[in-house]
Design a protein around this ligand. Structure first.
Ligand code: NAD
Ligand code: MG
Length: 397
């Protein structure tokens, strides 16, 4: 149990209306004596934001979309949440990420849209609870340099990275660590005939067997691009090379990742597949607290299965590895093209199997190297989005 105290930790939640944002508020709701919500943000979802403001009474609520901000302000008028200041636009995200009265920032915006606010939180020396893996994929070296220079607490929310964090030595660096074993469920198409993958629908791809998540990460799990992004995320977070990491397909999602040591020991973190566990861990760290997640019932587990990933079935996994080897421009292209491809697939403009083709095209269009300033990351991101849009324009279904 975390000690109860008068000094509550004050939190900004970037992306509070999403799957991670809602789970974060679920955990905070269990511990009103420990945490205070200072700011919330969303893109357009006024209805959910209104309810969150009424319950948590934050000092600030950001709606990135200006019309949505106006609507939220009207909805909160003459209610107890009238005290909440409604802000609009992307700069407001950076404001609440670096606000002096905030201790912890949950970075849970999806995609490249979360990059600048996540960086702003690290620069402002907040404890960063990192769910937004795309930010790290885009800005790896720059982001980790900010983390180290400012000596900030960076806690991984992604369940695998949170598991690895828990399994690594807590003192003495990475002494004796041989390999990181990054597990992944294999998603809904792990056993489906490969020659039928060009016909899968967005609804089938979103239906993840174990996890209930936002749309984009659900499609990423079906292509295993999610694991590809996570490989890059792990290399940056834990300062390891690609050959120190092995992806292990584990369909039950009971083990959330493992660390293998030179003496033959393998340490794994297990639990029910529920993001409230890594969220509670990162909020309470280095202590522990309840998350609302049921304990694992070992007698209900029939078997634990492990497989090698099939790169023919999941070409996105190969593309992510190639991108990480090629450098920052390539990982920015990989991420940008993937975001465009996922949107196009969800809108039924391209087939599921076209997603890696579009990404490969964007990756072949970049020069080698890694941006050393954020402005150059944004330039590469825009260029890769233009290449991807052009590919889509010339595409025939
Ligand atoms: P989601 O789609 O459910 O929620 C996304 C949030 O970001 C929403 O609050 C939305 O309003 C906000 N948002 C969307 N576009 C925006 C924009 N352009 N500008 C500002 N805000 C915007 O996504 P999610 O599943 O909660 O995932 C969030 C992040 O966490 C992703 O990076 C994902 O990879 C990562 N993650 C999620 C899970 C999960 O279980 N959902 C697990 C591990 C990691
Ligand atoms: Mg994950």
């Amino acid at each position: 149990m975390v000690e109860q105290g008068k000094n509550k930790k004050r939190i900004s939640i970037l992306g509070s209306t999403g799957s991670i944002g809602v789970s974060t508020l679920d955990v905070i709701r269990l511990h009103p004596d420990l945490y205070e919500v200072i700011a919330l943000s969303a893109h357009t979802n006024v209805e959910k934001m209104q309810l969150q403001c009424l319950e948590f009474m934050p000092a600030y609520a950001v709606m990135v979309d200006a019309d949505a901000a106006t609507r939220l302000e009207m909805c909160l008028k003459n209610t107890p949440a009238e005290i909440t200041r409604v802000l609009a636009g992307t700069e407001a995200l950076e404001f609440i990420a670096s606000f002096p009265d905030v201790d912890y920032v949950m970075a849970a915006i999806v995609g490249a849209a979360g990059l600048l606010s996540t960086l702003a939180a690290a620069k402002a020396r907040k404890r960063v609870l990192l769910a937004n893996k795309e930010a790290l994929v885009m800005s790896g070296k720059i982001f980790m340099d900010v983390v180290h220079e400012n000596n900030i607490e960076l806690l991984p929310i992604d369940s695998e990275h949170n598991a690895i964090f828990q399994c690594l030595p807590q003192v003495g660096g990475k002494h004796g660590v041989e390999r990181i074993l990054l597990t992944g469920s294999g998603g809904p198409f792990r056993t489906r005939a490969i020659d039928t993958l060009d016909r899968v629908t967005p609804a089938e791809a979103i239906a993840h067997p174990n996890w209930d998540m936002g749309q984009k990460i659900s499609i990423d799990s079906a292509t295993m691009m999610n694991k590809g992004l996570e490989i890059i995320e792990a290399c940056w977070l834990f300062d390891i090379s690609l050959d120190q990491l092995q992806v292990v397909v584990h369909p039950q999602s009971t083990i959330h990742s493992m660390v293998s040591y030179s003496d033959g020991s393998v340490i794994a973190q297990l639990g029910n597949p529920d993001m409230r566990t890594p969220i509670a861990h990162s909020l309470a760290w280095p202590k522990r607290m309840t998350s609302g997640v049921d304990p694992l019932d070992f007698f209900a587990i029939e078997s634990l299965v492990f497989e090698e990933p099939n790169l023919e079935r999941f070409p996105c996994l190969r593309l992510a590895q190639e991108a990480h080897q090629a450098g920052g421009n390539a990982t920015i292209a990989l991420n940008a093209a993937n975001e465009i491809a996922v949107d196009a697939f969800l809108a039924k403009k391209i087939r599921f199997t076209d997603i890696p083709l579009l990404i490969e095209c964007a990756m072949s269009d970049v020069s080698s190297g890694t941006p050393s300033i954020v402005e150059d990351i944004l330039i590469q991101d825009r260029a890769s989005r233009e290449t991807s849009e052009l590919w889509l324009k010339n595409y025939r279904y």
